[in-house]
Design a protein around this ligand. Structure first.
Ligand code: MSP
Length: 482
């Protein structure tokens, strides 16, 4: 049977500063979804990467006194290392300075120019370098960009424009009919309002003498390509590079936060329509998190480094905390204190203790196959629905409700007194289900459990009774943070 395919992407992160927790969050969530679809038996492609061109990066490199390429090389490596540390299973990592990416972008620019969807003109508007986006006057607060707290530049320059306005009706129809699905619903409404307010043609080039750090337009060497147009194309080039385009395009899910939804729901699908490419199925917008109620952003300088957290607490705890603590799709607040609490109470006390007690007793008394009645307490269908519905935190709640049920079972049945091998079998078989369901979230721990209890990581395996084997107590999974 041909496997269903699943293609998921994250935004590609600006290589103007080291990775911060926001980017790690999206990438962890994408990794959870990618692994979940692997559990479902699908063939998965998962793409992430770095956005390396544009004025912001050019300016940052200049300030540091290094060449932009040297600068982005360093940052891209930091991102790659951080994703390795966090156990991210991406299938490719696009850098927009990759040769193949630049060539593909030039091809589409030429195609759009030949089709007269790109034309020469003038463009005048407020531009925030922090956002690398034009802002409407109505977006400004006290004349400043509300996110970056700086005054935008009023720009009027010779420029090539993309006929975004001509896609307005088509886009509205696709979004309203759900053919281009935007989730959650509130974001879909926001996008519809935004488009109904009118889409203007947008500038897609910069004068090279001002922004030299970009892809040169193939039909005019005086101009470089607007960083967003260049960046969007990563979602295709990441597949093309691996010769997987025909198999995986269009994307099934594109994850991002609300900061970049407008461009992703307008310019991006319009570019795809203009080049006769299929549109992605679902664009899912997760929440934005704050630190002490303040927006976390590189430009504001209040970022928490995911590398710092991972070195201190381990990838599993960081992944778990972020996925459990913030309702997926809603805004949330992040703190180290809350991470420690969840690590201690949930991972060490609930999960860790269950594994440790059961494996100690199973090693001592052995296990005997029987029907697992305890597993009836596992709401498997509900967990599947929640995962398929992007309710990752709620799925974790359900998995942990089952862990609680298992701990109660140990307490009530007292196998250390009864030496009941059947009760211990039920518990080991239940740990198998827990290990499988937690794999998307804390893969290292699940993989340790597969060896300790003898099972494979697929969803189907939950229904198969655990094979009886000699179970050994292993090292403690989570040490409490004191
Ligand atoms: N380079 C563009 C995206 C181009 S995609 C074709 C960009 N980069 S970014 O580095 O600013 O990353 C923005 C994304 O990082 C957000 O959409 C979100 O996925 C993630 N986050 C950044 N800060 C965040 C929070 N404070 N909270 C949650 N996610 C955040 O925009």
């Amino acid at each position: 049977m041909v496997k269903k395919k699943f293609y998921i992407t994250t935004p590609i992160y600006y290589a103007n500063a080291s990775i911060h927790l926001g980017g790690a969050y999206t990438t962890i969530a994408a990794d959870v979804l990618a692994r979940w679809h692997k559990l479902l038996g699908e063939e998965v492609f998962f793409l992430t990467g770095t956005d390396e061109h544009g004025q912001k990066i050019q300016e940052t490199a200049e300030k540091e006194g290094v060449k932009p390429k040297e600068f982005v090389d360093k940052i891209a490596n930091e991102f790659k290392d951080a994703f390795k540390m966090l156990n991210i299973s991406n299938d490719n990592f696009v850098r927009t300075t990759d040769k193949i990416h630049e060539e593909e972008v030039k091809k589409i620019l030429q195609e759009l120019y030949d089709k007269k969807i790109i034309y020469k003109g003038y463009y005048e508007a407020y531009y925030c370098v922090g956002c690398e986006q034009y802002l409407n006057e109505t977006d400004l607060v006290d004349g400043k960009c509300p996110l970056h707290k700086r005054e935008p530049e009023l720009r009027k320059e010779e420029s090539y424009l993309f006929k975004l306005s001509s896609f307005q009706d088509k886009l509205l129809k696709l979004i309203k009919t759900g053919k281009y699905c935007i989730l959650p619903e509130a974001r879909r409404k926001e996008v519809i309002d935004f488009i109904e307010g009118g889409l203007k043609d947008i500038s897609i080039s910069r004068l090279k003498k001002k922004v030299y750090w970009g892809i040169e337009l193939p039909f005019d060497k005086e101009h470089t390509c607007f960083v967003w147009v260049d960046a969007f194309w990563n979602y295709l080039t990441g597949l093309i590079e691996k010769k997987k385009f025909d198999k995986f395009w269009p994307a099934n899910v594109q994850l991002m936060a609300k900061d970049i939804i407008r461009v992703h729901a307008t310019i991006w699908p319009a570019l795809l329509l203009a080049t006769e490419n299929k549109l992605p199925e679902t664009l899912f917008v997760h929440g934005y998190f704050t630190i002490d109620g303040q927006k976390m952003s590189k430009s504001l300088g209040n970022v928490i480094s995911p590398i710092y957290l991972t070195e201190k607490y381990g990838a599993e705890s960081v992944r778990y905390y972020l996925m459990r603590n913030i309702p997926f799709g809603q805004d949330g607040d992040v703190s180290e204190k809350a991470l420690i609490e969840r690590h201690n109470n949930e991972l060490a006390n609930k999960l860790g203790n269950l594994i440790s007690r059961v494996s100690t007793l199973a090693e001592k008394y052995g296990i005997e196959k029987c029907e697992n009645k305890l597993i009836q307490k596992l709401k498997l269908k509900e967990i599947e629905n929640l995962m398929n519905n992007f309710e990752l935190d709620k799925a974790l709640n359900e998995i942990f409700a089952f862990i609680d049920a298992c701990n109660e079972y140990v307490q009530n049945k007292k196998p250390w007194e009864t030496q009941d091998k059947k009760v211990l079998y039920e518990l080991c078989d239940s740990i198998k289900a827990i290990g499988i369901l937690l794999w998307p979230f804390i893969p290292n721990v699940s993989e340790k459990l597969t060896k300790q209890f003898g099972f494979k990581i697929t969803l189907k395996e939950i229904e198969k009774p655990l094979k009886v084997s000699k179970i050994k107590k292993e090292e403690i999974l989570f040490r409490k943070i004191g």
